[in-house]
Design a binder for this molecule. Sequence first.
Ligand SMILES: [Zn+2]
Length: 105
Amino acid sequence: MTPWSTSRRRATLPRNWATLRRRVIRRDGSQCTARHSDGTRCPEPGTDVDHIVPHSLGGSDDMSNLALLCPWHHRAKSGSEGGRAAALTRVSTHRPRQSHPALDD
Ligand SMILES: [Zn+2]
């Protein structure tokens, strides 16, 4: 499923995305950069490079706009960015952001 497929200006990734992605992973220590409300960093391994400011809001592909997230946080963030993607999924009314599975033990 590609949420941006209906947009004419497709959010294209830069040609050097693979390099950028590797750089972000190294910079962020292969760990999710999301922080919980108490300030602790998410302990999950980061696998998804996220645009802090999404393309749709004018965000760039600069390193300063990229952050490493675990799949859970990436999904939670994407879901909260609104737009078509959130409308298509059923999670928009219930936000599980307070119960990260990694904190349950
Ligand atoms: Zn996380």
